[in-house]
Design a protein around this ligand. Sequence first.
Ligand SMILES: O=C(O)CCC(=O)C(=O)O
Length: 199
Amino acid sequence: MIERKDSRVAAGGLWTPTSFDPRQPQVDADLHRLLVDPQVVGAVQTIFGLPPRFLYGMVAVVPAGGGRGLPWHQDNMYSHILGRTLNVFIALRVIAVEQCMLWLAPRTHLRGVPSSDYRAGHHTVHHEPANGFFLPALRQGDVAIFDRNTLHRSLRNEAKTVRYAYAAQFCSPVARRADSGEIPELSLIRALANMLRST
Ligand SMILES: O=C(O)CCC(=O)C(=O)O
C-alpha cells in the first residue's frame, strides 16, 4: 500500500520522489505497475499514434501540513529528449485542490527548452508563465497527460493528509537522447515491463 511511504516524509517537509529502479524492480512493484497499465499505455499510444517506449516512473509524495512541491519546470530539463515525450500524472489517492495540486501552463511545450537554474535539486525557469492554472480536485485514478516540455509546478500541501501521485513518463519510439542521439536507455525499463507482466 502506498501509505507505507508515510514514514519517509516529515510533516511540512519536501516533495519526495521514489523513482523506479531497474536494478530493484521488485521495490514498489505494485505502484510501478502503472508503467504497464493498459489504460495508461493505451492513452499514450492514442496520442502518439504509435506504441510508446517507457522512459521513467516515479511515486511523488508530498507531506501533510505544508509540505512543499516543485517550482515551475519542464521534465525535459532533467533528461533532455528530442522527440515527443509525455508525462501521465496519476492521482494515487484523492487529491484536493489545497493538497499540492498540479499546475500546468498550456502551450508552453511549443517554446522549446527555456533557460533555467538548477537550485536545491531542481530546475526552475527564469520566467514564470503567465497562463498557469491548477487542476480541479482529482479522484483516485484520475490522470492529467501533458507534454514533458509543458511547464508545470506544485505549491504546498495545506491539508492534513499526505498527497500521493505517480508520474509515468513515455517517449515516442523515434525519440532520441539530445546529448548522444541514442535511444533513451530503455533496456532496463523493458526488463521492468517484462517482470511486472509476469508477476
Ligand atoms: O508531484 C508534483 O507535485 C509535481 C510533479 C512533477 O513535477 C512531475 O511529475 O514531473
